[in-house]
Design a binder for this molecule. Sequence first.
Ligand code: GDP
Ligand code: IMO
Ligand code: MG
Length: 435
Amino acid sequence: MDFTKLGNTCVIGLQWGDEGKGKIVDLLMGHFDVSVRYSGGANAGHTVIVGSETFALHQLPSGCLRPTVRCVITGGTVIDPAVLLGEMAALEQRGIDLSPERFKLSDRAHLVFPWHRKEDVLAEKTAHAGSKLGTTARGIGPCYSDKVSRHWGVRICEMQHPDRFRERLARIAAQKNAYFAAVYSDPETLDGKAIANEYLEFAAQLAPHVCDTTQLLRESLDEGRRLLFEGAQGAMLDVDHGTYPYVTSSSATGGGVATGAGVPLSAIQGRVGVIKAYSTRVGAGPMPTELADRTGEWIRERGGEYGTTTGRARRCGWFDAVAASYAANLVDPTHLAIMHLDTLAGMDELKVCVGYRCDGKIVNRFPADTYALEQAEPVYETLPGWDEDLGACRDYDALPKAARGYVEWISERLRTPIGMIGVGPARDQVIMVGS
Ligand code: GDP
Ligand code: IMO
Ligand code: MG
């Protein structure tokens, strides 16, 4: 894969998150100048393994591990300043430079407040058994709701005016307290004044990093710098196109790049769709190919499928080509990065889902109706497996024939060429494919 041909590129998950975006961003970053996180917040958990060290990035772009690149968090994100400062301090202790010249944070990003985390937890706790979303409890949904409904959304730039900020927070806290008391009979009251003072301290620490990142990225584009946009979550968790309501609250498909980063569509040429060789999902919601059996457990243990953010066991299942084709149609990737091919070694045969049986009829279109999807039974084709350990493989032609057949099947099905194949978690455990 020739990275110089890609132009500015976004890395987007094509499933339900955790596809290996962090690893791909870290890998590609050697060929780019600016690392950009443009959506989501601390719900994301992107793992990058460098030598013997493992990094889990939540709000910072994964490119921050490459010393020469500039790192930018843009206005489409929701920022929990305490979590961000904690993440920065932990990385700085490990020798990562996050100086203000290098790391920039948008003044347009929205702030996550204690009432957002509280509402996330209370809404989940009190939801009817079948309608819990299984969120990450990071306050993401309530923060994006406040942003879109406008009265209670607060942006980072507002902390530049302490008196107004204190006043606003006192009013918002009063409203939130009334809401929690009325809806959840919750006796605790949040102290808007104390929260404002705490946030103003965070603001002082973050101030050297805060700027108009929309302008900064425009200048970077004009200077001919190469931008790598790092998606969070995955297409199937997109608020508009995912398995609603079992989704996150932001746009996790390609459109989210331009709106979240504040760059024009014309600025994005490459689109790397990251996809696992099987399916995983964490949290609630339909997953037609889920294997609630020993095969599912086998995949989980071999693939280390435990959440980077919450530590929850991920639900595992066969590759779902119906969902993946739908996601590929949404994103139109220029290349696929097919991850975790190594995890599947040792199976006699592998199943791939090519349709759903819904109400006695076989469909190969991904339905909008979540209830229909919950009832859908997967229709499988079977492909041959392989036994060889792929961890040391760096050359496409050296892959076992069945492994090549498997990824080629995915590539044809998704009508997208393969750019990279993951054969292990380490930075160098990847096969570069094609031009
Ligand atoms: P992200 O949220 O998309 O960045 O993905 P996560 O970091 O949450 O989850 C991906 C997990 O798979 C991490 O533990 C990675 O270290 C690991 N990983 C990534 N690519 C591969 C691969 O090709 N093979 C194996 N075995 N592990 C991988
Ligand atoms: P990365 O970037 C996997 C899931 C949650 C839950 C739903 C809503 O690491 O791929 P939220 O807290 O966003 O309101 O939760 O979305 N979810 C993720 N699953 N990877 C992620 O991010 C996720 N971010 C959110 O588990 O089902
Ligand atoms: Mg993750």
